[in-house]
Design a protein around this ligand. Structure first.
Ligand SMILES: Nc1ncnc2c1ncn2[C@@H]1O[C@H](COP(=O)(O)OP(=O)(O)OP(=O)(O)O)[C@@H](O)[C@H]1O
Ligand SMILES: [Mg+2]
Length: 237
């Protein structure tokens, strides 16, 4: 990979107690590209994202964002550098309305521009309709959209999504795909964890396959399509 990667993980190690969950994970995300991180349940995908966000402390290796080491920083500082993260559980508050969620993270100075509330409602018409609904009154798809919309209020340079399609109906997955495609079209750099293989492959320029804490394969989506044994061994498809 050339050296201009926006995000670069090198030989990352992480443990939960004595369990060695990431064993030398290296990957890079080039600016304005979409990278998919695939793998079975328990492969270490979410842990990789948590290490990037400073939620899990790496035991070894390095994480660089825009050339600077971030693996020693607290989560809020990592976010402030321009990385937005949508966790697997989406992190929506049951008692807050859509509007309140967006107000919480929208920088006070931003009243216009691509990350303003009105611009977000234009991009997510469903959220505009639901703006006074509380988190616990939203469907899974609406919660996922709110989680993505909230991440966008930070005008991130890198958006990290952990299984955005998990548990959603096909029609809802289609609208999430539409949003992610338009973000990609606008040049947003993304790192996407997925078990939905067609969704991930259709969006990304580069794929990493994680298995038992190690990168088992990397390449283009087309090369993955042409390697059914990789999918069979490490993805179970
Ligand atoms: N907080 C934790 N404490 C201990 N072990 C954990 C913890 N979180 C995850 N693990 C274990 O670490 C391994 C990697 O988990 P991780 O959540 O990164 O997998 P994943 O690839 O995201 O899986 P999934 O597709 O199910 O979300 C698994 O064996 C999991 O059981
Ligand atoms: Mg996970």
């Amino acid at each position: 990979m050339p050296d201009g990667a926006l995000l670069r993980l090198e030989a990352l190690d992480a443990y939960y107690g004595r369990s060695h969950v990431l064993q030398g994970v290296s990957l890079s995300v080039e600016s304005a590209s979409v990278v998919a991180l695939l793998g079975r349940n328990g492969a270490g995908k979410s842990t990789t994202l948590k290490a990037i966000m400073g939620i899990v402390a790496p035991a070894g290796g390095s994480i660089r964002f825009d050339g600077e080491a971030i693996h020693h920083l607290a989560s809020h500082r990592i976010a402030r550098r321009g990385i937005a993260y949508v966790p697997e559980d989406r992190g929506i508050f049951a008692s807050l309305t859509v509007e309140e969620h967006l107000s919480l993270t929208l920088p006070r100075a931003v009243t216009r521009g691509p990350s303003s509330k009105e611009a977000i409602y234009e991009q997510f018409p469903v959220l505009a309709e639901r703006r006074r609904h509380r988190g616990n009154e939203l469907s899974g798809g609406e919660q996922q959209m709110l989680a993505i919309a909230r991440a966008l209020t930070q005008s991130p340079r890198l958006l990290i999504l952990d299984e955005p399609t998990e548990g959603l109906a096909p029609i809802v997955i289609e609208s999430i795909a539409g949003i992610v495609h338009s973000l990609k079209g606008a040049g947003l750099t993304m790192l996407l964890v997925e078990q939905n293989y067609p969704f991930a492959v259709g969006l990304s320029e580069r794929v990493y396959v994680l298995g038992k804490g190690r990168v088992r394969w990397e390449g283009s989506p087309a090369a993955l399509e042409a390697s059914p044994e990789v999918a069979a061994t490490w993805l179970g498809v």
